[in-house]
Design a protein around this ligand. Structure first.
Ligand SMILES: NC(=O)c1ccc[n+]([C@@H]2O[C@H](COP(=O)([O-])OP(=O)(O)OC[C@H]3O[C@@H](n4cnc5c(N)ncnc54)[C@H](OP(=O)(O)O)[C@@H]3O)[C@@H](O)[C@H]2O)c1
Length: 423
């Protein structure tokens, strides 16, 4: 690229595509003055350019097909913001093959095919920007990639689930009611599973784990659960113990030098960083043996924050910054199959309201070497059933799950105990 004007093609023109277009066309943008470069949107690819939602965009910008973009000498950079696996993957690979730099916001694609795409970009000596796929955490990307020895990386990576948990907490509402509100407000999709079942968090975690540890976990290597089973009363019980509940993605290095990666609703200290990430905000905390603890809170989604993440990539590209994607092969993955790191747990269970129940539970946990840290039994509202909330001393996930399976078998137990890690 000899010119200081860079031709850009947008694949997709939804929330993020339009955000990027507006940012690059903004009169107030100081891109030229600050960086001596100009980015011009030369082509846009969507399925149906005649859709009235694109009515304000000059029709000549819409490309007939991907071939027009790939074959155009006027396009230097392809920005993929269409989402999904195909045709996004093929379009990106074609763009790289034809010598175009690529920037993508596509978390699910990178979580599935990131290594393949990064390898092709490296082979072709082209830039691959993916800050938008980790929006809200990308501001720490350099620091994470350049760390010497990360011990743990954790974050609240999904704005929708965080919005839901915040509303459940602050307005004392149930999950279903808040989900409906979030859908009406446009914060949640009609099919919310990627957000509330932890899949979006898992995708971001895989990308960040690679950046931090040079290990790219496959989706099935990240134990993943979401927030559907978090009850309003869990939030209330947690508050009584000094915690908030957040959907946390985390990768930790265990004593065997393996990564334990999981996505789960967790109890986090009410006065800590994650608790301060309210609503649609994200938070990230990285513990590096030499740097210590680093953390930040930032917006993790939406047109402007995501467009700004793409802008970060554009600036890095023109500055000649190399691609931040550790080279890994599948065989080099060192992800723990079983989680051994001991940690504390919150357990809520429903039991029969009769004498001796607590003793039976305590004896059963004791047989498995699980220590009870605290017990809370709210005044039973029914003659027959009662709630018991426990915090358990440090134990490996497998050990506590085994112990709780035995607890669930007790005559006094009603249903399955509900378990959340405490951070
Ligand atoms: N939204 C956010 O806050 C956010 C944040 C970070 C990352 N991301 C990522 O950014 C990407 C885009 O998200 P978004 O929210 O902007 O999505 P969106 O609003 O649904 O927009 C998707 C756009 O892509 C177009 N498109 C979809 N499939 C296409 C195909 N096969 N060929 C051509 N065009 C196609 C759609 O065009 P038609 O409408 O004409 O079909 C639409 O213009 C996703 O990978 C997402 O994970 C989003």
């Amino acid at each position: 690229m000899s010119s200081t004007t860079y031709g850009v093609a947008l694949l997709g023109f939804g929330t993020v595509g339009r955000g990027v277009y507006d940012l690059l066309n903004s009169k107030a943008s100081p891109i030229k003055q600050k960086h001596g470069a100009d980015f011009q949107v030369r082509h846009i690819l969507v399925r149906n350019p005649k859709n009235p939602k694109y009515g304000d965009i000059p029709q000549e910008l819409f490309a007939e097909d991907i071939g027009t973009i790939i074959g155009s000498g006027a396009v230097d950079i392809v920005i993929e913001v269409m989402g999904g696996i195909e045709p996004a993957r093929s379009h990106i690979l074609s763009a790289l093959k034809s010598g175009k730099h690529v920037i993508t916001a596509n978390k699910s694609l990178l979580a599935e095919c990131g290594c393949e795409i990064a390898r092709r970009a490296k082979e072709a000596d082209l830039y691959l920007g993916y800050s938008a796929a980790i929006t809200g955490a990308h501001q720490l990307a350099d620091s994470i990639a350049n760390s010497v020895m990360v011990r743990s990386l954790r974050g609240v990576f999904n704005g929708t689930s965080n919005y839901i948990l915040t509303k459940m907490d602050e307005e004392r509402l149930d999950f279903d009611a808040v989900l409906r509100q979030a859908q009406d407000a446009g914060y949640a999709e009609a099919d919310p599973s990627a957000d509330v079942d932890g899949i979006d968090t898992r995708n971001k975690l895989a990308i960040l784990t690679n950046l931090a540890f040079g290990i790219f976990p496959a989706p099935e290597q990240i134990q993943t659960s979401g927030i559907r089973n978090v009850h309003r009363k869990d939030i209330e019980f947690a508050a009584g113990l000094g915690y908030k509940i957040k959907l946390v993605g985390e990768s930790l290095l265990n004593a065997d030098d393996r990564i334990e990666a999981q996505v789960s609703a967790c109890l986090v200290p009410a006065d800590g960083l994650f608790a301060r990430a309210r609503g649609i905000n994200n938070a990230i905390e990285v513990d590096d043996m030499f740097r210590g603890l680093q953390g930040m809170i930032a917006e993790g989604a939406g047109a402007n924050p995501t467009a700004m993440a793409i802008y970060t990539d554009l600036v890095n590209l023109i500055k000649g910054k190399p691609l931040l994607w550790p080279v890994v092969k599948g065989s080099e993955r060192r992800v723990a199959a079983h989680h051994k790191l001991p940690r504390r747990y919150y357990v809520r269970m429903e039991v029969k309201n009769c004498p001796g129940t607590l003793g039976e539970i305590s004896r059963t946990l004791g047989r498995h070497g699980i220590n009870i840290g605290s017990v809370h039994q709210p005044e039973a509202s029914s003659q027959t059933a009662a709630q018991i909330v426990l915090t358990c001393g440090s134990a490996a996930r497998g050990a506590i799950e085994k112990a709780l399976r035995d607890v669930a078998q007790l005559d006094e137990a009603i249903g399955e105990p509900f378990l959340l890690p405490i951070i």
